[in-house]
Structure formats: C-alpha cells, structure tokens
Design a protein around this ligand. Structure first.
Ligand code: PA5
Length: 338
C-alpha cells in the first residue's frame, strides 16, 4: 500500500502506476472516430506536474506524427486551435486556473475535448467528450505515470495506432529500482554528488523533457536551484557561460541516449570535454534500456528518486509546496475581490 505522506514511497510506485489505466473500448472508439474524421492537430493543456507528461508525449511524436502534437502551458490557446484540433485537458487537482481557462476556451472553439483529472472543477465538467478520472491522494508530480499512459494512448488512438502497452517496461523499471540500490548508481550516491552545486541537466531530442522534468523535481522536491538545457541549442549560447571564471558552482549532467545520431553524439562529447577543460566535472548519465520510451521513463524514475534523496540530504520536505500554495491563495483573494 502506497504511503501518500511519503514522496519516496510514491515515487517507488512509478512502475505500477504506469499500467494502472487502460482506455476502455468506448473511449478508444470515440478517439479513433475523431481521428478518422480528420484532425489538424492535438493540444494537451496543463501546468506543472500535470503538463510534464504532455511534453513527453509531444517529444515522442515530434519526428513521426503527420499533425502537430503540442503542450500548452498557459491560460490561453493559440489562435489556430479550433474544432479540427483535439484537446486533452489535464489537471491532477482539477482546480488549476490556467488549465480551466484554456479548457473553457477549447470548448468555446468546439474542439473535441478529453479530460484527465482526479477531482475538482475539471472532473465535474459535463461539456467534454469523455473524462478519465484518475485516483486521488498523490502529489501531482508523483502522478506523472498515472497521467502519461492515458495521454499517450488517447493520442495513439486518434492517430489510428494501437495503444502502447507498458507492462514490459513497468516490469523492467521495477527490477531497475532494486538493481540501482545495490550498485554504484544508487540514487543516494548520485544525490550526494549534487550537494554544493546547481545541477544543469542537458538532454537532446526525446531526453529534453526528461532534463526539464529533472530540473523541476530538484526545484520542487529538494527545494533548490537546478536548470536544464538542450543540445544542439546550448552549443549556440549556454556554452559561453561555462568559463573557468564562474562565480557559481555548476554541475553539468549530460543525459546520454543510446539513440544519439552521430552529430548529437559528437556535440555531447565535445561539449563535455570543453566544460572539463574549463574546470567543470561533467557527469554522463545513461541507463540500459530497450526502447526510446523505456529510456525516457527509466531516466525519469531514476532522477525522481535522486530528487527525493537530495531532499532528504538537504533536510527539506519533498511533499510541501508552500510557495505554490501561497501564490495560488493570493491569486484567489484577488479573484474574490472582482
Ligand atoms: O507538482 C505540483 O504540485 C505542481 O507543479 C502542480 O502540478 C501545478 O501547480 C498544477 O496543479 P495540477 O497538477 O493540480 O493541475
């Protein structure tokens, strides 16, 4: 039984949560029909822990989809989203104001819309096509695997593809949690290496959202600064900041993929060497896997565990989101005055 008062226990649930939701026949048919009628694009709306799964799916489809798959992290929607776009609105709490505003906009534009939420205002809407109610009690960021699979499967159905089954990946991830514990890669050891410096997670292609997720997990769970960037773009700007004369302790962490093409591989290697020459100690992180999807999920799980270990080392509560709540309360006060 998962202890939702303990972030470590929630993160360890990751593999099981990946296979928790299967789309029923009815929802698969609805999605397939919308796809057959012809879509110009698919937009996923959400914020923070509820948006990140959308960014993963967006990157998975980036090079293969014939229509755009976008994640929208804002109150508003791009003007081109209309009734020929499918919308997936995601909010774990169901009460995030940006997501609710973008949802209302999607409905106004007659976009066929699906909802994924555990509670709140969003799950009680009755003007959408279909709703997927996920279990309550988790922190939104720990609900990533609960949210990821339905988004992936909805989009696959809309594109006429068979929904990916994640059982094999889930099994492999469960084994990895045990293996990591007794290896030099133990998340605790990795977290220990982060002490005293701000990590910059650097990814390429499908590992860009993984780098972004790692940054957010360190920010939110371990309550400290972390950054992310992507290759090749970082080779055109950020690289200039890695000089020997830096006032800050920065730890570059290269998320290495087994699927890098020759030029990305060369760029990753040369960039790490240049950073070394300037006195940095770049870390190269890669995890054995059997597909790009497993690679994304395995690195995510590993770095999620690292973020919780880091919180423990820093003696901070990974569950608390004091400042996010304060900000939301201030906005609510102002809204009530209107
Ligand atoms: O991790 C978190 O708690 C936040 O990033 C939330 O996900 C974010 O504030 C949005 O809330 P929700 O996921 O409930 O829509």
């Amino acid at each position: 039984m998962v202890d939702t008062n303990d972030m470590y226990s929630m993160v360890k649930e990751f593999p099981g949560l990946l296979t928790k939701y299967k789309l029923g026949n009815e929802i698969q048919e609805t999605c397939g029909r919308i796809g057959d009628e012809g879509l110009n694009g698919i937009v996923i709306i959400g914020m923070g822990g509820s948006a990140i799964a959308g960014l993963y799916v967006q990157s998975l489809f980036k090079e293969s989809a014939s229509i755009p798959v976008l994640t929208n992290l804002d109150y508003t929607l791009p003007a081109f989203v209309d009734s020929n776009w499918m919308t997936i609105a995601v909010s774990y709490s169901g009460n995030t104001e940006e997501t609710l505003a973008a949802y209302n906009e999607a409905i106004k534009r007659d976009s066929p819309t699906f909802i994924i939420a555990s509670a709140g205002e969003l799950i009680s809407k009755d003007n959408c096509l279909r709703k997927i109610k996920i279990i309550e009690g988790y922190q939104p960021r720990a609900a990533f695997p609960l949210i990821f699979t339905p988004i992936l499967n909805l989009i696959e159905c809309a594109m006429g593809l068979k929904p990916t089954q994640l059982e094999n990946i889930a099994d492999s991830l469960s084994k990895k949690i045990v293996e990591w514990e007794s290896s030099p890669l133990a998340p605790r050891n990795f977290a220990q290496d982060l002490v005293g410096s701000a990590p910059v997670f650097i990814g390429s292609k499908h590992l860009v959202p993984v780098a972004y997720r790692a940054k957010c997990q360190i920010n939110e769970n371990a309550k400290t600064m972390a950054f992310f960037s992507e290759i090749p773009e970082a080779n055109h700007n950020e690289i200039e900041s890695f000089t020997a004369r830096n006032e800050f302790e920065i730890l570059p962490i290269f998320l290495r993929s087994l699927y890098e093409d020759t030029w990305i591989q060369k760029r990753m290697n040369i960039t790490a060497e240049l950073y070394e020459e300037e006195g940095y100690s770049p870390v190269r992180l890669s995890i054995r896997n059997s597909s790009k999807l497993e690679e994304m999920l395995a690195l995510t799980l590993y770095l999620d565990l690292v973020s919780v270990e880091f919180a423990q080392i820093r003696k901070v509560d990974p569950l608390s989101i004091e400042r996010i709540i304060k900000l939301k309360n201030e906005l609510n006060k102002d809204r009530q005055k209107l």
